[in-house]
Design a protein around this ligand. Structure first.
Ligand SMILES: [Fe+2]
Length: 198
């Protein structure tokens, strides 16, 4: 499988970003998640496909661009759909399912068909779960930075507190990921990108 290079992922972001502001927000976030995933990969004993992790991290949020309106405003009410929208973009671009799944399977700590029915989410009823260690790593790394205004870094305890509203099973899943991959040291990445920490 041919994976896109860093330059090609950047070109894809430029192709789909409706504005310079959207590009800065989403691409910078993806770069940060890639950096966090690289740091965690350097520590893990798991044998991971590093090129797949990088490409997956750099493209996981490409679907967010489809949620901007003509005035450059992000439709937060449909944000839950950004994963499947990204999956669709990468399908149209000819990328294989193995890469497309980084888009559709990174929301929260994974969405099940039960979650979709129970929370009445506007998504085709299916399981959207990170299955491979590469998918799990990118999904986990994504929990440590948020595209809020202004963007911010999150700690594991902050994310755990947020997750509690979705039930104890989600908190346990996040805890298992913490044990599996460890907690990232965000200090250097935070200083480099200049975003604050919640
Ligand atoms: Fe993300």
């Amino acid at each position: 499988m041919t994976l896109p290079t860093v330059q090609e992922t950047r070109a894809l972001h430029e192709k789909y970003a409706p504005t310079r502001e959207a590009l800065d927000l989403v691409y910078t976030h993806c770069e940060i998640i890639c950096r966090i995933a690289e740091q965690l990969m350097a520590r893990t004993v798991l044998q991971l496909d590093t090129a797949l992790v990088r490409a997956g991290a750099l493209l996981h949020d490409i679907g967010v661009y489809r949620l901007y309106d003509h005035a450059g405003r992000l439709d937060h009410s449909n944000y839950i759909r950004h994963g499947v929208l990204g999956h669709e973009i990468l399908r149209q671009e000819g990328f294989p399912e193995r890469l497309r799944r980084f888009c559709s399977c990174h929301t929260g700590v994974g969405l099940t068909r039960h979650d979709i029915r129970e929370q009445r989410l506007d998504l085709p009823v299916a399981d959207y779960l990170a299955v491979t260690a590469e998918e799990q790593l990118v999904m986990y790394a994504d929990k440590f930075h948020s595209k809020t205004t202004p963007p911010k870094f999150l700690t594991a305890s902050f994310y755990t507190a947020y997750l509690q509203r979705f039930g104890s099973a989600k908190v346990r899943t996040f805890h298992r990921l913490q044990v599996q991959f460890g907690e990232p040291d965000l200090t250097a990445i935070r200083d480099e990108f200049g975003h604050r920490q919640a």
